[in-house]
Design a protein around this ligand. Structure first.
Ligand code: ADP
Ligand code: ASP
Ligand code: MG
Length: 440
């Protein structure tokens, strides 16, 4: 069985849904289709939740009405038969009535998750109705019946596997299944989600749960590019990446993949392909365990919203156990550290989740002077055996000669060099490195 995940732009227009239909019905292999919400919908739903949480019901209603109008228009263009159009309108009405009810009740975090779930519920139901109209045999698999996360918001892969396989076993003859990306149930059995961009993660988790032959991520670009195409003009797709390289790029900001979407596929050695719905014949990127290639820098990515913390302590000098004490503080607050550098008297590290920064700082104050810098960006340079390549570090530093570097991490792995800069320099850093490291 294979997994085909389609992102927001791939389902964002009625004609695109027809393209998706064509793509999922070619080939004989049984397929689970994972869909995102139509492009713009999740942002609109976030806007509705924000208005409700601010107590602005007029604005919330206005936003709900705008989104509703968009769906009515979409539906009028999607279906060819009156019966299907009516079915589509019924689906839309049901979900927008649900949103309208929320205007009347008091808002809380669980409701905000319910709101966010409407996008994927709508896209999959409309797509499934389209398949029915076109008499394409398919099964609708509600993700809320099998996708779940634990109290730490981590996916429960074992449970997901059991539930999904039990569901699939009911349809041994069927070849096409449609489900929602992004949404899940949490440990309180409430509707929740896998964070923004989470449909990629759903696809990979499902792939791992059923030992799929491949996880295909269909999007609006022809694969992972060597640099962020939203920031840098000249970029090109990369044909092959290893799981480690792809995970690193995704984690450090390559928006094409959800940061956590690689590990489930990697754990079960399932190839991941990044493909372009608008250009299905393009090669895209294939992500597998071993990529035998010459060394060198392959790609760059940048992650902003980074906070740097420096702990200076003369007591650290030759003190064994000091790092453990520092790390214990971060572990206690479940805050992961991305980069780290040390000297005899100081340790600098970065985090992106600052929800417990105050408590962390209070505890670190016991060890020495603590300095905090917000608004930093990590530029991550990923490749094959970069460390064994002569001159790579020189090229990186040469390209960044005009940019003040706050931290440099080299040697942590053979495949990665990371630098920390003020976020104001992020675009300049990506552009300069593009010129300095790639020969175009
Ligand atoms: P989808 O809605 O299909 O999930 P996303 O918008 O989440 O699509 O991801 C695709 C986008 O990721 C591309 O349109 C591109 O602008 C952006 N992107 C950022 N970095 C990269 C990169 N290194 N390679 C390819 N795309 C990238
Ligand atoms: N619709 C969700 C989002 O926009 C999930 C996804 O598209 O992957 O974040
Ligand atoms: Mg995405």
């Amino acid at each position: 069985m294979k997994i085909m995940k389609f992102g927001g732009t791939s389902v964002g227009k009625p004609e695109r849904m027809y393209q998706v239909k064509d793509l999922v019905t070619t080939g004989d292999e049984p397929t689970i289709v994972v869909l995102s919400a139509l492009s713009g919908t999740t942002n609109a739903l976030v806007g509705i939740g924000d208005a409700l949480s601010a107590g602005d019901k007029i604005l919330a209603k206005q936003r709900i009405d705008e989104l509703n109008a968009h769906y009515k228009q979409f539906c009028s263009e999607l279906f060819r038969s009156e019966v299907s159009r009516q079915e589509g309108e019924k689906i839309i009405q049901e979900h927008f009535e649900f949103l309208a009810i929320l205007l009347k009740i008091s808002f809380n975090d669980a409701i905000s998750k319910d709101i966010l779930a409407q996008g994927e519920l709508l896209s999959t139901k409309l797509f499934y109705t389209l398949l029915q109209e076109l008499q394409i045999d398919a099964v609708f698999l509600p993700a809320l019946d099998f996708m779940s996360i634990d109290e730490h918001s981590e996916p429960e892969l074992t449970k997901i596997r059991e539930k999904l396989n039990a569901l699939l076993a009911k349809y041994p003859q069927k070849k096409l299944f449609v489900t929602q990306g992004y949404i899940c149930k949490n440990h309180r059995n409430e509707v929740d989600n896998l964070k923004r961009g989470g449909s990629d993660y759903t696809a990979s988790l499902i792939g791992a749960a059923i030992s799929a032959s491949v996880v295909e991520i269909w999007t609006d670009i022809d694969g992972m590019h060597n640099n962020d195409p939203r920031i840098v003009d000249k970029t090109r797709p990369i044909a092959n990446l290893s799981f480690d390289e792809a995970a690193e790029l995704a984690y450090f900001g390559a928006k094409i993949l959800h940061p956590a979407s690689i590990w489930p596929a990697q754990q079960f050695n399932i190839p991941v392909k990044l493909l372009n719905t608008m250009q299905p014949e393009a090669l895209g990127t294939t992500i597998t365990a071993n990529v035998q290639e010459r060394g060198g820098v392959k790609a760059l990515a940048a992650k902003d919203g980074i906070t740097a913390i420096k702990i200076k302590s003369s007591r650290m000098l030759l003190a064994y156990g000091f790092l453990r004490k520092v790390f214990d503080v971060f572990e206690k607050y479940r805050t992961s550290i991305d980069m780290i550098t040390t000297s005899e008297v100081a340790i600098s590290l970065t985090i992106d989740d600052i929800s417990h920064l105050e408590e962390i700082k209070l505890e670190l104050d016991k060890f020495g002077t603590v300095e905090i810098d917000h608004n930093m960006a990590i530029i991550c340079i990923v490749g094959n055996l970069i460390m064994e390549q002569q001159g790579v570090l020189q090229d990186i530093m040469g390209s960044l000669s005009e940019i003040p570097l706050r931290m440099v991490s080299y040697g942590g792995s053979k495949h990665n060099v990371s630098v920390l800069v003020d976020a104001a320099y992020k675009n300049q850093a990506l552009q300069s490195l593009n010129q300095g490291l790639f020969d175009f």
